[in-house]
Ligand binder design. Structure first.
Ligand code: ZN
Length: 359
C-alpha cells in the first residue's frame, strides 16, 4: 500500500505551505501556475485565504461543498481549469473538507489523462501519473487526505464510485489543527465520528490484516481521547482528531467497512443526507450489531452535548422504503465483511425496513 508522500503536522503548520508550493514552482520551472481548490465556506474569509499566498497569476477556484462530487461536476471544473492554464500546474492545493479534497484528487488525475471522470470510476484505470497535489484538510474525519480514492456519483448511472488508484494519493499533506477551531460543534462531531465508524466496522469484519488492524485500533484510541474528553475541541483534541482522520483513512484503504456505511449510503442516496451525519444516524439504529460501540457512541454524544435528528425515516412511502433497502443491500462487499456471504439471510427486506423505521 502506498502512503501520502510527506506531511507536516502541528499548530501553525499552514505557514509552511507557501514554501512547499514554491519548491514545486522551482522544480517545474517555466512559470507554471498553481491551482488552489478551496471549499466555498472560505469564500468570505479573506484572512484565511490570504495565508495561502496565492500569486495573482495562479488559479483560485472555490468548490461548492453543499453536495458531494458528481462526475459531471468534476468534468466541468477540469475543463474550466484547462481553459485557464497553459500546460500543467506546478501543484494543486486542496483546501477544505472531504468534498474539496476529493475534487482536487479527481481533477489532478484528469488533467494528465484523456476522457472524463466517469471513464476512471473503478480500480486502477488511471494510466498516467497525476499532477502533484497537496492536501490541507480543514475538518477531520473522512480520511480523504489519506486514501487512494475520490468519491464521485455518476448522475446518469447512479454509480457512486471513486478513481481507486495509487495516482489518486496526495503527494503532500499539511495538518494544521488551528484550521478546525471554527468548525460548528455538531459538524465537528459528526465528521470526526466517520473516522471512528470506519475503524469499528473494519475491526468487526472478517477481511482483516495486521497493518489495517493497527491503524484502526490507534484511530479508535485517538477518537476515544477526543470524544470522551471534557472538550472535544481543545487544541490538543483537534490535533488528535486530525491524526485519527489520517490514520483512519489509512486503515480503510487496507480493509472494508461493515453495516453502518451501507445503511448510511441508503440515507444519502434516497434522502440526500450527508455522509457523516447519515453514518451517525445509522450507527444509532444498529445497536444489535455493534452493542459496545453503540453504547460508547451514546456516551460520546452525551459527553459532548451533541444530538441527532430523530424521525428522519418517519412517514416515508413504501416505495421510499424499497429504495432504501435496495440502496443498502447493493453494498455486497462490506455487508459480506460484516455478516458473511449469506448476509441477506440476516438482512431480509423486512429487517432492513424495520431498522430504517427506527431512524
Ligand atoms: Zn465514511
Amino acid at each position: 500500500m502506498r502512503n501520502v508522500g510527506g506531511f507536516i503536522v502541528g499548530q501553525g503548520s499552514l505557514e509552511r505551505l507557501p514554501a512547499f508550493v514554491d519548491a514545486r514552482r522551482e522544480l517545474v520551472g517555466g512559470g507554471a501556475k498553481v491551482v488552489y481548490l478551496i471549499d466555498s465556506y472560505f469564500a468570505n474569509q479573506p484572512a484565511i485565504v490570504a495565508r495561502l499566498s496565492a500569486r495573482t497569476s495562479d488559479v483560485v477556484r472555490y468548490v461548492d461543498a453543499t453536495h458531494e462530487p458528481t462526475t459531471d461536476g468534476i468534468d466541468a471544473i477540469t475543463n474550466e481549469l484547462r481553459g485557464l492554464l497553459t500546460g500543467l500546474p506546478a501543484t494543486i492545493v486542496g483546501f477544505g473538507g472531504g468534498t474539496t479534497m476529493d475534487t482536487a484528487k479527481a481533477v489532478a488525475n484528469l488533467l494528465t489523462n484523456t476522457g472524463g471522470a466517469a471513464d476512471y470510476q473503478g480500480w486502477d484505470l488511471v494510466k498516467v501519473a497525476a499532477v502533484h497535489k497537496i492536501a490541507v484538510p480543514t475538518i477531520s474525519g473522512t480520511g480523504s487526505e489519506a486514501t487512494r480514492t475520490c468519491v464521485m456519483t455518476n448522475a446518469k448511472t447512479g454509480l457512486k464510485l471513486g478513481m481507486n488508484s495509487d495516482y489518486t494519493i496526495f503527494d503532500q499533506m499539511v495538518l494544521d489543527p488551528d484550521l478546525t477551531a471554527s468548525v460548528p460543534r455538531d459538524q465537528y462531531f459528526y465528521t470526526g465520528m466517520d473516522a471512528y465508524i470506519h475503524c469499528i466496522e473494519a475491526l468487526a469484519g472478517s477481511y482483516r490484516n495486521a497493518v489495517g488492524d493497527a491503524y484502526s485500533r490507534e484511530t479508535v484510541n485517538l477518537c476515544r481521547q477526543v470524544f470522551l474528553a471534557d472538550d472535544m475541541m481543545s487544541a490538543e483534541a483537534r490535533e488528535q482528531l486530525m491524526v485519527a482522520s489520517y490514520l483512519g483513512g489509512c486503515a480503510i484503504a487496507t480493509s472494508y467497512v461493515g453495516l453502518v456505511h451501507p445503511f448510511s449510503a441508503g440515507l444519502s442516496v434516497v434522502l440526500g443526507l450527508h455522509h457523516c451525519i447519515a453514518n451517525c444516524i445509522a450507527l444509532n439504529a444498529l445497536s444489535e450489531f455493534y452493542p459496545a460501540e453503540h453504547a460508547e457512541f451514546q456516551t460520546m454524544m452525551t459527553k459532548q452535548k451533541v444530538s441527532l435528528p430523530v424521525g428522519v425515516c418517519a412517514n416515508l412511502s413504501d416505495e421510499q422504503y424499497q429504495r432504501l433497502v435496495a440502496a443498502t443491500v447493493v453494498h455486497a462487499k462490506p455487508l459480506t465483511n460484516a455478516l458473511g456471504p449469506n448476509f441477506r439471510d440476516v438482512l431480509t427486506d423486512e429487517r432492513v425496513t424495520e431498522i430504517f423505521r427506527r431512524m
